[in-house]
Design a protein around this ligand. Structure first.
Ligand code: KG4
Ligand code: ZN
Length: 342
């Protein structure tokens, strides 16, 4: 049931391999957050197969929406707006969510709000930190993105740095595959790292010259591949846990190095992390330490709100909705949508 001061958003997310729907009230209160993960399905192929992802989204989308409404004890009559991820992501996957959202918006005459996926990841921080308001600095680290973002206001972003090649999560996934851990790489590397020595192998920490807050991970991934080849040629044993721990440490050092520098140079006093890699406990502790040293307030979503979900899309959609942003029924999936673009 709803009251008049509540804006209830039904949010839909289908940009990659999670079919998700959520009901979020006033941007910060999650009434339901249903996620149908396709991970098991893609594991046998060693990564996300776009065509399979799209088909599975079609199968699951109505189911997750019904479940989200039921769990929130609501019907579509109680919903004030539909928020949906329309980019970036896999085009076929995005289209399923966008088409569904448009159909509900049209049939029920409910406003539609297209949401940028990264804006969703950043907004995940609002859900459990009711006091968090812009401006703050946020590092988004996911499978497709590594962005250092200054959140100027709700819906207003300045990208201070990004990866010049692979995203951090992508590097985790590629290295995991190379050392035989399989997909999805991030959680498997994190688990294996607990048994390994982070100082066993010295992988390079790449810093991008000139551009202050940019990142590069493809060199680090190549260094791991070279190390593995070298071991094989010399007939030396490869200790999977040591490679996992040493690689993870190298990524964390690069990320935290950049965070420390950005905090010092911008003077921002609030720092947040977001995206799938932000669910990594070793990374979370390392960032917390950097923030504490610089007397900066640190925010991070619970792991389930770091990886793809629809609650974060509902949080972002609320602030767009309140700013008067509406999407038309001509809303399309935009696979390469840039942050801050509409
Ligand atoms: O945000 P997300 O769910 O999807 C994208 O928007 O890309 O992020 C998925 C990425 C994958 O690359 C995955 O390996 C990585 O986040 N990831 C992790 C962990 N959990 C997920 N990386 C490191 N440690 C983890 N625990
Ligand atoms: Zn994501």
């Amino acid at each position: 049931m709803t009251n008049q001061n509540e804006i209830c958003i039904l949010a839909i997310e289908s940009s990659c391999d999670e079919t998700a729907a959520a009901v979020v009230v006033n941007g910060r209160e999650v009434r339901s957050n249903i996620i149908s993960s396709q991970i098991a399905l893609h594991t046998i192929y060693g990564g996300v197969v776009p065509e399979i992802a799209s088909r599975k989204h079609i199968e699951k989308i109505n189911q997750v929406i019904t479940e989200a409404l039921n769990q929130a004890d609501m019907t579509l009559e109680d919903i004030d707006a539909i928020g949906v991820t329309y980019g970036p992501g896999l085009v076929g996957a995005l289209l399923v969510g966008v088409a569904e959202a448009k159909a509900i918006s049209y049939a029920r005459n409910i406003p539609l709000v297209g949401v940028h996926h990264i804006e969703g990841h950043i907004s995940a921080n609002y859900i459990e930190h009711k006091e968090l308001e812009p401006p703050f600095l946020c590092l988004v680290v996911s499978g497709g993105h590594t962005h250092m973002v200054k959140v100027l206001d709700y819906g207003a972003y300045e990208v201070l740095g990004r990866t010049v090649d692979d995203a951090a999560g992508e590097a985790f996934d590629k290295v995991a595959r190379a050392i035989g851990l399989g997909y999805p790489g991030g959680p498997k590397i994190e688990k294996a790292s607990h048994e390994g020595n982070p100082n066993a192998i010295k992988f390079p920490r790449a810093h991008v010259a000139g551009e202050s807050y940019h990142f590069s991970f493809s060199g680090m991934k190549s260094a791991v591949l070279n190390y593995l080849n070298g071991c094989k040629m010399r007939g030396e044993e490869i200790v999977q846990a040591d490679v996992a721990a040493s690689f993870q440490q190298a990524v964390i050092d690069v990320l935290t190095g950049n965070i420390g520098k950005a905090l010092q140079e911008t003077g921002m006093k609030k720092f947040a992390i977001a995206g799938g890699v932000a669910s990594n406990q070793t990374f979370r502790s390392a960032v917390k330490e950097v923030c504490e040293k610089q007397d900066v307030l640190f925010y991070c979503p619970s792991p389930v709100l770091c990886t793809d979900n629809a609650a974060m899309i509902g949080a972002a959609a609320y602030y767009d909705f309140m700013a008067g942003i509406r999407s038309g029924l001509d809303l399309n999936a935009v696979p390469n949508l840039k942050l801050g673009e509409r």
